[in-house]
Design a protein around this ligand. Structure first.
Ligand SMILES: [Zn+2]
Length: 62
């Protein structure tokens, strides 16, 4: 039986928003909280989350 390694990252700002990220890679991802719309970073290896400061607009979508 295969199991999808979805990780639940809890928003460090409001502690309520939850973001699902697949855990294929041990990387840190930047995500936006669906509740408070703030950005935070989540480490898919340790599942630690960190508040991300507002980034300057770089105009790059990727
Ligand atoms: Zn939040």
């Amino acid at each position: 039986m295969q199991h999808l390694f979805n990780r639940h990252l809890i928003c460090p700002w409001c502690k309520k928003g939850e973001v699902l990220a697949d855990g294929k890679a041990k990387v840190t991802v930047s995500v936006m909280c669906p509740k408070c719309k703030r950005f935070f970073q989540g480490d898919l290896d340790t599942l630690k989350t960190e508040k991300a400061v507002a980034q300057r607009r770089s105009g790059r979508a990727s």
